[in-house]
Design a protein around this ligand. Structure first.
Ligand code: NAD
Ligand code: ZN
Length: 261
């Protein structure tokens, strides 16, 4: 345990040094970054997939086949959880890194809007945003908090069924988000890969683009992923909130000591 702590402290210092020496840092985040805000991930311990089958609820065909079922079992519960969630130390730390002029862009697979709530100004929402619902018939968008759940599935004023403005399994990533994500991944010199199982494509390919174009890829996750030991340069094992807070404190200390020289 003691040795593990020493290794982790060393890696936090190493990451801070790498980050402080760059102004082309980007982050790719996944559901794990919001776990400490009370939003369960899909996979892993306590994940939603332990309770329900993804293909039965999160695939677009399943939604179109039976929208009421998906609203009742998945979307309604998600709305309750996301409404209550607030940014945690991981979101706040990434916002601080932007204010320090270090972090440029976040590519997030999350749909909870917590990076923006924490103050990050450039967030690519790879899988859309749960804050909005879209009419299946006329395409009109309505803010999720304005929707009444008295009728399931909820409907637009035109009578069409509403769906979350998120990317379901079986749907395409909005091309402009995919193109920009590829571009920033290609251009960065450090990519922080935080709280993602790196199993969902094409998001999981962004670290590969970064690595192949010469960037350092740093993973923060309690578990290893398919990127660990091949694509990522190193994995800092643990919860994102604690680790990011410590990295940011160390980056600030390094920046201050450079100023004082
Ligand atoms: P995932 O559910 O597949 O994996 C979660 C990852 O987070 C795992 O690797 C796990 O080890 C890690 N993790 C758990 N707790 C953590 C913590 N405290 N700190 C850091 N890491 C932690 O997540 P994914 O890779 O993002 O893919 C799932 C898809 O589901 C995403 O595309 C996303 O759209 C969607 N999703 C979004 C939310 C959200 O918006 N918050 C929540 C669940 C799922
Ligand atoms: Zn409509």
């Amino acid at each position: 345990m003691k040795t593990e702590n020493i290794i982790m402290e060393d890696l936090i210092k190493k990451a801070a040094k790498d980050i402080a020496g760059s102004n082309k840092v980007i982050a790719l985040t996944g559901a794990g970054v919001s776990v400490e805000s009370g939003i369960p991930p899909f996979r892993g311990e306590g994940g939603l997939w332990e309770k329900i089958d993804p293909m039965e609820f999160a695939h677009i065909d399943a939604f179109l086949r039976d929208p009421a079922k998906v609203w009742n079992i998945l979307i309604r519960e998600m709305k309750d959880i996301v409404d209550k969630a607030r940014p945690n130390d991981a979101h706040k730390g990434l916002s601080k890194l932007e204010k320090l002029g270090i972090l440029n862009v976040i590519i997030t697979q999350n749909v909870d809007g917590l990076h923006q709530m924490a103050g990050n100004s450039d967030v690519i929402e790879f899988h859309g945003n749960f804050a909005w619902q879209k009419c299946l018939d006329c395409g009109k968008k309505i803010e999720t908090f304005k929707i009444s759940l008295n009728e399931i599935p909820p409907k637009c004023s035109c009578g069409g069924i509403l769906r979350p403005d998120c990317v379901f399994f079986g749907e395409m990533i909005p091309p402009e988000h995919l193109m920009r994500s590829r571009k920033v991944s290609y251009e960065c010199d450090i990519m922080l890969v935080i709280g993602t199982s790196a199993l969902v494509q094409p998001a999981a390919y962004m670290p590969v683009i970064a690595k192949e174009s010469g960037a350092i890829v740093i993973e923060i996750n309690p578990e290893s992923t398919p990127l660990t030991g091949s694509i990522s340069n190193y994995l800092i094992r643990g919860n994102a909130g604690k680790i990011i807070k410590e990295i940011v404190a160390e980056v600030e200390r390094l920046m201050q000591s450079i100023k004082n020289v």
